[in-house]
Write a protein that binds this ligand. Structure first.
Ligand SMILES: Cc1cc2nc3c(=O)[nH]c(=O)nc-3n(C[C@H](O)[C@H](O)[C@H](O)COP(=O)(O)O)c2cc1C
Length: 200
């Protein structure tokens, strides 16, 4: 069993989402002590943005790429290989300005590759990253669960589903900026949700 942990908070030391993701991984390893863990920390190791040069590299046939283009594509390849090798993916995702952190978007842009992680067929799109369980710990200063302002959860469900990952569990820690009591309640609730998710 291989677990891939993706940390997307840009607060490396004090991050609540990283702590919750780490807790999820610990509990998954309690269930399967043989499980190996690979941590991809997008704060320590930010992935480059999908810019014009990157698009040019991706759309150039491999044999015709310059060294720089091949190096750029190889960075994305590494993330795709990590994802494909994993049986379980655990993400820590803070809300930043009503969306996911830009670094997580860069990771999603890197792993979404036509013909490799999804393809279009006569019946529509088909995700090629199948057979994985995904756990996402989302953290927010305010309260947005099940409201139209929660763009993160529908977005992540859509993009993971598109790539073939349909078994996705969300753990919420909300109201973290609404005072000490609210924060303590939110974290206790998140730990309960972790237990439920791991037992499911
Ligand atoms: C740049 C930035 C933007 C944020 N935007 C929002 C927001 O739109 N809504 C919200 O509820 N909380 C927002 N927050 C609060 C964070 O979601 C909250 O503090 C969360 O716990 C941060 O995750 P972390 O502890 O893993 O770093 C923001 C925090 C930062 C640093």
């Amino acid at each position: 069993m291989r677990i891939l942990q993706i940390n997307s908070s840009q607060r490396r030391a004090a991050s609540q989402s990283t702590r919750l993701a780490t807790r999820l991984v610990e509990r998954l390893r309690d269930v399967d002590p043989e499980a190996t863990v690979f941590v991809r920390d997008l704060a320590a190791d930010p992935h480059p943005v999908l810019d014009e040069a990157a698009l040019g590299a991706l759309f150039t046939p491999a044999a015709q790429r310059t060294i720089e283009q091949a190096q750029r594509v190889a960075l994305d390849d590494a993330l795709i290989d990590e994802l494909k090798a994993a049986d379980i993916v655990v993400l820590g995702v803070p809300m930043y300005n009503f969306g996911v952190p830009a670094q997580l978007k860069n990771w999603i842009d890197a792993i979404s590759r036509a013909g490799v992680t999804f393809r279009y067929t006569a019946n529509g799109p088909e995700g090629l990253v199948t057979g994985k369980k995904v756990y996402v710990a989302v953290t927010r200063g305010g309260l947005y669960r099940n409201t139209p302002a929660d763009t993160q959860v529908p977005y992540l469900k859509t993009v993971f589903g598109f790539l073939g990952m349909t078994d996705v569990h969300f753990v919420y820690a909300e109201g973290l900026a609404m005072g000490a009591e609210s924060e303590a309640r939110a974290l206790a609730a998140a730990h309960e949700q972790i237990e439920e998710a791991v037992a499911a």
